[in-house]
Design a protein. Structure first.
Ligand code: ZN
Length: 66
């Protein structure tokens, strides 16, 4: 059974070269590569983000109800 791997590379949108994920500029064509998310955000899974939002809402409701 194959284990799903997190991609450590990304593809340059300008020339299609495969570059390391943390690379901010393409070594092939010099295209600036935008980092989609801040560093701390990458450690969170979508489920954890959802739970954080849900927790915040529940806390807000709790304050209103009391
Ligand atoms: Zn490129």
């Amino acid at each position: 059974m194959a284990t799903p791997e997190t991609p450590t590379t990304k593809v340059c949108p300008n020339c299609g070269a495969t570059v390391p994920r943390k690379t901010k500029q393409c070594p092939e064509c010099g295209q600036l590569l935008a980092t989609p998310k801040p560093e701390w955000f990458k450690n969170l899974t979508p489920v954890e983000i959802f739970l954080l939002v849900l927790g915040g809402i529940m806390l807000a409701i709790g304050f209103v109800a009391l």
